[in-house]
Design a binder for this molecule. Structure first.
Ligand SMILES: [Zn+2]
Length: 269
């Protein structure tokens, strides 16, 4: 049977019906990174409740449909610019040892949203936590000015010894994929209606750059998005006569091989 892994989906903003459809479509494992609440947060407590929700409630909700759910915990880029709230939230995240909790497989998403120094401060702090504690990092490229985000990120990488085998850079496009693969990180491709990639663009990227270290995700969230993007991409790849090996790598095994580096990722196919 064909099985799928969606390594980036924000189920917090999706319905239980989505879980049902995902299960029927063959999605067996998902990773849910920390995201924007949808409206501005007014206190640190809302971060704590949100993280707790991802770790406990979502894992249980997914399990009811035979889907294994893992979480990434962070102060995400979009919420990194509010001071002192963002720094206080990071402080609480560490004090409560949320990264050590069951099913928390990485720190993420972190990175840039509008690209400024406030975002970068939180990004670097969290990247350093990963380095210090030997954790997987899930990095989000900005939706606009991806190349600028990538270049700022490379400058940060030059300043320290990062283990790129433990870093996943997501939301790549034709513009950034070569750089991501060249630095030795894992690369996410988000198949998302209108604003991100289509399955056709993924096929062209895989044809050009190969399938090593590349993983497709839905990045489904509050926007018009498709929680079935991973099986949809696999289907389009099959129609386009892509190699079975490439299809399996980008829709399952590369994500599996990245996340299984976490001792908390205990699920096996
Ligand atoms: Zn996301």
């Amino acid at each position: 049977m064909t099985r799928y892994f969606d390594p980036h989906i924000h189920m917090y903003s999706r319905t239980t019906d989505d879980y049902e459809r995902m299960s029927v479509a063959g999605i067996e494992v998902i990773v849910q990174p920390s995201f924007w609440l949808g409206s501005p947060r007014t206190s640190v407590g809302t971060f704590v409740d949100y993280w707790e929700h991802l770790i406990t409630f979502e894992s249980k909700r997914a399990e009811e449909f035979g889907i294994h759910h893992y979480a990434c915990i962070s102060v995400n880029p979009k919420e990194s610019i509010e001071r002192p709230l963002a720094l206080d939230a990071l402080d609480v995240m560490m004090r409560k040892q949320l990264l050590k909790r069951e099913r928390v497989v990485a720190l993420g998403e972190i990175g840039y949203n509008i690209i400024n120094d406030l975002e970068e401060e939180l990004f670097v702090k969290q990247l350093d936590i990963c380095k210090r504690e030997n954790l997987l990092a899930m990095i989000h490229l900005p939706h606009n000015n991806k190349l600028e985000g990538m270049k700022r990120m490379q400058k940060i990488f030059e300043t320290g010894h990062y283990d790129f085998n433990k870093i996943l850079i997501d939301h790549n496009t034709e513009e950034t994929i070569k750089m991501t693969l060249e630095i030795g990180a894992w690369a996410g491709l988000s198949v998302y209606p209108v604003t991100k990639l289509s399955p056709d663009r993924v096929i062209r990227i895989v044809n050009q750059h190969g399938s090593d270290r590349i993983m497709v995700n839905s990045a489904a969230d509050w926007g018009v998005s498709n929680p079935l993007s991973v099986p949809l991409t696999a289907s389009e790849m099959r129609k386009n006569l892509c190699k079975t090996d490439d299809i399996e790598k980008v829709t399952f095994f590369n994500a599996f091989n990245f996340y299984k580096q976490s001792e908390k990722f205990t699920w096996k196919p």
